[in-house]
Design a protein around this ligand. Sequence first.
Ligand code: SAM
Ligand code: SF4
Length: 332
Amino acid sequence: MNSLIDPFNRKIEYLRISVTDKCNYRCSYCMPEQGAHPEGNHSEYLSYDELARIAKVFAELGVWKFRLTGGEPLIRKNLHELASKISALPGVKDIALSTNAERLADQAQALLNAGVKRANVSIDTLDPVKFERITRGGNLARVKAGIDAAIAVGMTPIKLNMVVMKNTNFDDIPAMLDYAIEKGAYLRFIETMPIGSAGISVMDEHVSAERILAKVKEHLGKELIPFVDTKEAGPARVFKVAHSDAKIGVISAVSQHFCETCNRVRLTARGVLALCLGQEDSVDLRAPLRAGASDDDMKAIVLAAIAKKPERHHFNENRHNIQFRQMVSLGG
Ligand code: SAM
Ligand code: SF4
């Protein structure tokens, strides 16, 4: 079997699939207030069969980990049907979900049954008014109900993703820590990233991972012990809280990039394979797929794409320049 090794000797084992570029929220750091881009007509989006076909090609090239993301993936009907198709592929070991959890309570059980064992939920504050403001209309009570439902059906671990903004929710870190510890969830603090117009404007509110960690230590009054997760290599620097089971993580894409261990690529809902979060390099998979390419043809296209994966992003050097795409279509 071929495997996907890029020019920098990184093994690509992880495909993030954005199933829609639409969202029922409009988080200030992710989407411009007026929406991200013109709505595509139905035929521009890959069907579940087409997404599963691409997943099969990647699985046969050694990719074993998949994530369903968006936009908001749970606004696409019957997402569990896609999860079932991907779960059934030989070699697939892990399917995770990234969601704002607004619609998770109703779907958690069906998703778990379809093989989605774990979920990451975006939640930036526990103050309902502030939550509504950040998400431009989100409902915190529904999100918390979604988190509770995911825990109740046994999705583990639940990761809570908090994008930390200096003048908006930095002071909410203590309350978020208490909530995560109470729920037995793993809280990850994300530095703002300058992707798309919304991401670029929110860089005025950027807080470095070091400042975030100092705030965490101040609140917990406990030592943070660096923790290496042997099961899951990811972008977060992970810490265990001394004398407890709690774990926290920081994703410092800007202050300390982690590109040398990058193991992933991203597929957009319209079938574009994005090779790096912060670089324009991408390859269209929809056209050859719809033109009748065989699995072997598709594999050759994917192998050629991976051979062009850039070494790293340049968020730090190039903070105001990543206009060419919006986070909401890339899936995070
Ligand atoms: N709607 C789902 C959700 O919110 O989790 C999935 C898609 S969302 C684009 C995926 C992740 O990207 C979320 O955790 C979100 O917080 C993060 N994100 C979006 N824009 C960002 C930005 N400018 N900087 C850092 N993280 C961002
Ligand atoms: Fe929607 Fe997620 Fe982006 Fe918020 S972060 S606007 S929930 S896609």
